[in-house]
Design a protein around this ligand. Structure first.
Ligand code: GAP
Length: 443
């Protein structure tokens, strides 16, 4: 195993050991490409989503939030191009030895598969198209039940509600609709932990503009920069992120232009973290045709009617969780011992502060520590109380989940109302007054 694979393995093992992320339905043998989030993972994921919601939606006057259903009729996906041959269907090739299929457009998957057969020469079938959507049936009986799809991207839930938002909110163009939610894809080769899953979450913005080239250019550039700043704000080093424009033959069928923000992963180099897509009028036009609803916008100012263009920002929540963990994972030496810690930004760390009594068997210390814990909890959420094991072990535990501060109540606290506050990254401790604590941890 090389060093890069080792890092990924360390992250996967830390995630399990410390209650971040587990293989889906693990006790039944697990489901490939499906993961469950434990107590700390779900907090980290929630904090990332909150940060998206705040910056892309609630802090802005020109964006509305919404939440559409996961199940949608097949006609939505015929319209969006996900079920047709011309659409978002991936060409696959089949191994003639073991009949496993891999994506024809992913050379690394082909090489990896060929390596499995070692000395045998692998012959491949011609590429065939394959629908990535996950389907199910709705209805009481076999005869009356209807095929529906679990959405393959959250995007279509927004486009099919475009008219509802126009009629209820009367927005002035340009305006956006943002959404966070689950998406499902029957990925052929789910891989690299959270990177390519079959059930995952997306955070997206569809920003509707006048259908003019100059507007398209202006807003595409605007959202590219906005998404870049947002991603950096998760705590990445700038040199670990880059933009990459899609080549013409690589773009999805709906995209007039497409750029990715990529992260320099330790497992496979530069990989897509986020996409900015110029979808023009592809979706609204297709849904107008397929639903027979007029999805145009009437502009009061110019007294003209048109189908707006859409500039899309689309990011994977789980991919952000994975990349944040990879970026934050740090090993160093402290007090002559090796330690592992997650250098997470305090804003997204699952636990903000841990409070300890120096000794578990001194009731006066435990009582005071609980008082301090309750006091901080009134001011901020995600504070934890820990009196298990010795103080060194408690620090290590908190370091591994990325808790930025640990507060210890000792005998001096009982005399002068001061506590020690330890910084996760430097290990430095300072004494401060209890009454100053809450202010110190305010975001
Ligand atoms: N609405 C546009 C769209 O869905 P995409 O590039 O297919 O575009 C957008 O997906 C983002 O969703 C990606 O940048 C990635 O972060 C995330 N994503 C896509 N497929 C994924 C998968 N199988 N597992 C985890 N995240 C995925």
């Amino acid at each position: 195993m090389n060093q890069k694979e080792e890092l990924m393995n360390k992250i996967v093992s830390l995630c399990k050991r410390r209650g971040f992320i587990f293989q889906g339905s693990e006790i039944y043998g697990g489901l490939s490409g499906i993961f469950d989030y434990g107590p700390y993972g779900v907090e980290l994921r929630h904090n990332i989503k909150q940060y998206f919601w705040k910056k892309f939606i609630s802090d802005r006057e020109d964006v509305y939030g919404m939440s559409a259903a996961i199940l949608m009729p097949a006609s939505v996906w015929d319209a969006s191009g996900h079920t047709s041959e011309a659409g978002l269907v991936d060409p696959l090739v089949e191994c003639k030895i073991c009949h496993e299929r891999v994506r024809a457009d992913q050379p690394e998957a082909i090489v990896e598969h060929e390596a499995k057969h070692k000395k045998e020469k692998v012959e491949w079938s011609e590429p065939k198209v394959f629908n990535l959507l996950v389907e199910t049936k709705l209805g009481a009986s076999e005869e009356t039940s209807k095929k529906v799809y679990l959405r393959g991207e959250v995007t279509q839930g927004v486009h099919v509600n475009f008219k509802n938002i126009l009629d209820s909110m009367h927005p002035k163009i340009p305006f956006g609709i943002g959404q966070i939610g689950k998406a499902f894809r029957n990925e052929i080769t789910p891989r690299d932990f959270l990177f390519r899953q079959r059930e995952f979450e997306q955070m997206e913005l569809q920003f509707y503009i006048k259908p003019e080239e100059s507007e398209g250019k202006k807003w595409f550039e605007y959202w590219k920069q906005f998404a870049w700043e947002w991603y950096l704000g998760l705590g990445f080093k700038e040199e670990n992120l880059r933009f990459r424009q899609h080549a013409e033959d690589e773009r999805a069928h709906y995209a007039k232009d497409a750029w990715d923000i990529e992260y320099n992963t330790p497992f496979a180099g530069w990989k897509e973290a986020w996409g900015i897509h110029h979808r023009a009028d592809w979706d609204l036009k297709r849904h107008s045709e397929y639903s027979n609803e007029d999805l145009s916008y009437f502009d009061e100012e110019s007294k003209s009617k048109f189908i707006p263009w859409d500039i899309e920002c689309s990011g994977g929540v789980d991919r952000a969780v994975l990349f944040v963990l990879l970026e934050a994972y740090t090993e160093d030496e402290m007090g002559g011992e090796k330690r592992v810690y997650l250098k997470l930004k305090p804003e997204i760390a699952p636990v903000k502060v841990a409070v300890f009594p120096l000794l578990k068997n001194k009731p006066e210390l435990v009582k005071k520590a609980r008082e301090v814990y309750e006091m901080i909890r009134k001011e901020i959420s995600m504070v934890t109380f820990d009196d298990n094991g010795n103080i060194g072990k408690r620090y290590r535990r908190q370091d591994e989940i990325g808790t930025p501060f640990c507060v210890t109540i000792d005998f001096q606290t009982l005399e002068d109302e001061t506590v020690t506050v330890r910084d996760r990254d430097t290990g430095e401790q300072k004494r401060i007054q209890i009454k100053e604590l809450a202010q110190l941890f305010q975001p």
